[in-house]
Design a protein around this ligand. Structure first.
Ligand SMILES: Nc1ncnc2c1ncn2[C@@H]1O[C@H](COP(=O)(O)OP(=O)(O)OP(=O)(O)O)[C@@H](O)[C@H]1O
Ligand SMILES: [Mg+2]
Length: 240
């Protein structure tokens, strides 16, 4: 892959950050229609008996539950900037994010390839925030991939500087010019996109001391590399 943003793309983001008050208002407003969806879903569930339709109702149910969880995260976001948690086994974070995107992966028939270094370690981070950031990166990867032969590769490994997570897709790729802007709020090339997913992810990564590097090639795919650096990454003396 030729084009790349070195280190954590802070130049790409510049001074632009999303006002936290805006995030809170947005999150709050989304909850109103979500409540309507949940109430309607409840009625539909009691009235639909066709077995072929039940899995789709369950997908709506899980998805709206997920939206509710995300909104709670966003509403707490302003108060939880500081990473406080000691978290073992980073690959579990990836699996958590994967579980949250499982329906989308299934609907698009994407193959997932995992290559985890399962070394136990302690990382100081805010786990729910980090899970949100990784989920946003994975969702973009899913969106960028074709329906028939999408391949999502997840890798974790220990390196001298710390620990890395790699999320790679074989989707449409990002042009060199666009790559400079992907972390900017409201930058989007996706029909219906808000351009907020990566801006939120970037804020979270920075506040958790995680460096991000993006490599991409048009029509080939994209790779996000997250680096958990020492001293925030600590390998304990005893690993099981
Ligand atoms: N894996 C990827 N492959 C191709 N393009 C990507 C990928 N990840 C991000 N992009 C590009 O970066 C843009 C910004 O991503 P971002 O997640 O911030 O916004 P979005 O997905 O368009 O909207 P949303 O706010 O709903 O997430 C996308 O519109 C897309 O053009
Ligand atoms: Mg997105």
């Amino acid at each position: 892959m030729k084009s790349a943003i070195e280190d954590n793309a802070s130049t790409a983001l510049g001074e632009q950050t999303i006002p936290k008050r805006f995030i809170s208002v947005l999150a709050h407003e989304i909850r109103n229609p979500l409540t309507n969806i949940n109430l309607s879903l409840h009625i539909l569930k009691s009235g639909i008996s066709d077995d072929r339709l039940i899995p789709f109702l369950n997908i709506i149910d899980r998805s709206s539950e997920r939206i509710d969880g995300l909104l709670k995260n966003l509403l707490n976001f302003r108060d939880t900037d500081e990473p406080t948690e000691q978290y073992n086994a980073v690959y579990k974070l990836l699996d958590e994010a994967l579980a949250l995107t499982a329906d989308r992966i299934l609907l698009k028939q994407i193959k997932v390839n995992k290559n985890y270094d399962k070394q136990r370690c302690a990382i100081i981070l805010n786990r729910s925030q980090m899970c949100l950031a990784i989920t946003n990166i994975i969702i973009n990867a899913i969106d960028a991939m074709p329906t028939d032969n999408g391949k999502l590769s997840l890798l974790t490994k220990t390196i001298d500087e710390g620990y890395i997570i790699q999320i790679e897709d074989n989707g449409c790729g990002i042009s060199k010019d666009d790559l400079k802007n992907i972390f900017s709020p409201f930058f989007t090339k996706r029909p219906g996109g808000l351009g907020l997913g990566l801006a939120v992810a970037y804020d979270i990564l920075i506040s958790n001391h995680v460096k991000v590097k993006v490599e991409s090639e048009l029509l080939k795919g994209t790779r996000f590399i997250l680096l958990f650096k020492k001293p925030f990454f600590i390998v304990p003396e005893i690993a099981d």
